[in-house]
Design a protein around this ligand. Structure first.
Ligand SMILES: [Zn+2]
Length: 171
């Protein structure tokens, strides 16, 4: 028996479940887990270390997210929490979870297309999969502006239902 027993009884999985309660400040329907920015949860003695990879600079919410993560875990009884950032590999929208994609759609934002499609070279610039309207599901959409409500989103309009919507840019 030692001083670490209390923290050892909290599993990484449990911490991840708590982290799923922390919303992304910009898109509150997404948790930081959905966003895919939580790289690792580990223990340094009695300190819970949460490793986060920030999203791209257009979404400068890291400080707010870090504070929220620390607050949430403290409320759950973890006395000591440390946030560590990992910049490499860089976060990509491919790290959004399937639950995150579904949440974005429900929120009226078209989820990012897989970056892998762009990387393949053969597809780059030549064949771009259409962005689907999150409201009616139509592929008949067009880009209105590279910048939507924030720089990490682009503004589209659906030709089918006529509604404008944000597209979470693949990155
Ligand atoms: Zn539509």
């Amino acid at each position: 028996m030692n001083a670490d027993v209390a923290t050892d009884s909290v599993s990484v999985q449990q911490v991840m479940q708590w982290l799923a309660l922390v919303p992304d400040p910009e898109i509150p329907v997404l948790s930081v887990v959905d966003l895919g920015i939580i790289r690792e949860v580990s223990w340094d003695g009695a300190t819970c270390v949460v490793t986060i990879t920030p999203t791209y600079s257009g979404c400068p919410a890291m400080q707010e997210i870090s504070a929220h993560v620390v607050d949430t875990l403290r409320q759950k009884g973890l006395a000591s929490v440390r946030i560590q950032t990992r910049l490499s590999p860089a976060w990509t929208t491919d790290w959004l979870t399937p639950a995150g994609h579904a949440a974005l759609k429900r929120y009226g934002i078209a989820p990012p297309k897989e970056k892998a499609i762009d990387i393949s070279g053969l597809a780059r610039g030549v064949h771009r999969a259409p962005v689907q309207c999150p409201r009616c599901g139509s592929d008949a959409t067009r880009l209105v502006s590279q910048f939507g409500s924030t720089s990490c989103k682009a503004l589209y309009r659906c030709s089918h239902c006529g509604e404008p919507f944000d597209y979470f840019k693949a990155h």
